[in-house]
Write a protein that binds this ligand. Structure first.
Ligand code: DQA
Length: 143
């Protein structure tokens, strides 16, 4: 089983970026956590980050036929991107939406998610541990 883990804009700045909100771990640390948990669960993990909406759309499209599920932290595109919504709907793979912070506790503009409409579950507020939780949820979903 192959799990595509996608990370959206500004997540390459983790560790430096608002550590009070997003934690002190870097994206490389989160990738290591995800690979370790993926190994434990028997998944191949394809872990990527982009600051570009179109690149994320292309990667979602390419998941069709190459990945078994998607975990996506769409970052700011969560709240704006019809294109990412449509791409996820098109490939129709089991998708988990993930946020490090509890978006419901934050500004109103973070309460709307286009991705939630096409995700079978949402994990938010658990920081980097959320990536482990998402992989565990997929181990159950894909069995
Ligand atoms: C985020 C929450 C988004 O609202 C924000 O734009 C991000 C990160 C999170 O992981 O908590 O960039 O997706």
């Amino acid at each position: 089983r192959t799990i595509l883990i996608l990370n959206g804009p500004n997540l390459n700045m983790l560790g430096v970026r608002e550590p009070g909100t997003y934690g002190s771990q870097s994206l490389a640390d989160i990738e290591a956590i995800s690979r370790e948990e993926g190994d434990r669960l028997g998944f191949a993990v394809d872990f990527r980050q982009s600051n570009h909406e179109g690149e994320l759309v292309t990667w979602i499209q390419q998941a069709h036929g190459t990945a078994d599920a998607i975990i996506i932290n769409p970052a700011a595109y969560t709240h704006t991107s019809v294109a990412i919504h449509d791409a996820l709907r098109a490939v129709a793979l089991p998708t988990i939406e993930l946020h490090l912070s509890n978006v419901h506790q934050r500004e109103d503009f973070r309460h709307r998610s286009y991705v939630s409409l096409v995700a079978y579950g949402v994990i938010c507020g658990f920081g980097a541990h959320g990536y482990r939780l998402a992989l565990q949820a997929l181990a159950d979903k894909l069995q």
